[in-house]
Design a protein around this ligand. Structure first.
Ligand code: ADP
Ligand code: MG
Length: 328
């Protein structure tokens, strides 16, 4: 099982930023409004996420890090079976399998929480120990891939791994204006984004995350048709930086689709802002959930619209409309 755990974990946990993504999603699921993300050495030595969400009951702590299907997987032939599970409900277990993990949580306001520690998925102690902490959850992940040398070898420079993490946090922060995010790397605060509950604070957040040039020149779109709602910022076409990595379309909040640089994928999205592929944008599309299929890719970077054509037409129409106003 230990081997199967490591192999399965490698599928979900590719690099430090994968851990950050999974842990942030859990914290957001727990209703957190305050998130502190502490990273050391690009996440290779430490990833720590502190949230103020509703926490985990002490008795559930060991369950939260258990992989449900582990006992069923005994050989590499059965690995395909793991894939079919889609790793749902197994993120914490996957992280635990390839790190030293400390999980602490409190569901009360008496300043007391409970903690478990694992080393490569093995519990250090049978019972959770009481500790002083506020309501919420702390997850500390140390020495990622300490037991998977092959994976460790493929990690890039610390700066690169950190950039991947910052990109994950940026995407989360761009869709969760109601959460205060703090991101620290090697004891330096890299992002501090207070809850953006006013137009001015939302602007400040976009400014911090996408830069002054984008924020000051972007055009605001807000349109509705055929049960779809599109809102967000469209960068000025003359913005010379031509940032393909600054093209974000979020569909129904969390489920997101980012325009990819890869040719094959790009083709599918060309329709969206045809002729303006180099404009930066940050757009939010609200659409009937029945109209989308989010199961195209487990990380939800890509989704499929049942009526692809209609959605593209809608987005393109309003984007074009807006862009044509630039030209006047
Ligand atoms: P999933 O999120 O798909 O259920 P995970 O392995 O990511 O699976 O998490 C396992 C369980 O641990 C979650 O279902 C949740 O009950 C609990 N959990 C994990 N992180 C948190 C958190 N930050 N706050 C509250 N509960 C959490
Ligand atoms: Mg999860």
């Amino acid at each position: 099982p230990a081997l199967a755990n490591q192999i399965a974990a490698g599928e979900v946990i590719e690099r430090p930023s994968s851990v950050v993504k999974e842990l942030l999603e859990n914290a957001i699921d727990a209703g957190a409004t305050q998130l502190t993300i502490r990273i050391e050495q690009g996440g290779t030595t430490l990833i720590e996420i502190i949230d103020n969400g509703f926490g985990i009951h002490p008795e559930d702590l060991p369950l939260a890090v258990m992989r449900h299907a582990t006992s069923k997987v005994r050989s590499s032939e059965e690995l395909s079976a793991i894939q079919s599970l889609g790793f749902r409900g197994e993120a914490l277990a996957s992280v635990a399998a390839v790190s030293r993990l400390t999980l602490s949580s409190s569901q009360t306001d008496d300043g007391i929480g409970y903690q478990i520690e694992l080393h490569g998925a093995a519990l250090e102690r049978e019972r959770a120990s009481a500790i002083a902490m506020n309501r919420g959850t702390h997850v500390r992940v140390q020495d990622l891939f300490f037991n998977v040398p092959a994976r460790r070898k493929f990690l890039k420079r610390i700066a690169t791994e950190y950039q991947h993490i910052e990109e994950i946090v940026r995407r989360m922060a761009l869709t969760h204006f109601d959460i205060h995010f703090v991101l620290e790397h090697n004891d330096h605060i890299r992002l501090n984004l207070p809850v953006a509950d006013s137009g001015e604070l939302r602007y400040q957040r976009v400014l911090q995350l996408l830069g002054r040039q984008f924020a000051e020149n972007a055009y605001w779109i807000d349109a509705e048709a055929n049960g779809m709602h599109l809102a967000g910022w469209l960068g000025h076409p003359s913005d010379a930086r031509a940032q393909a990595d600054m093209q974000y379309i979020y569909v129904n909040g969390l489920k997101k689709k980012k325009k990819k640089k890869k040719k094959k994928k790009k083709k599918a999205y060309d329709g969206i802002l045809h002729g303006h592929q180099h404009s930066a944008y940050l757009l939010f599309l609200e659409i009937d959930p029945h109209e989308i299929d989010v199961n195209v890719h487990p990380t939800k970077h890509e989704i499929r619209f049942l009526n692809q054509r209609e959605v593209h037409e809608f987005v393109r129409h309003f984007a074009r409309d807006t862009l044509s106003q630039f030209q006047t």
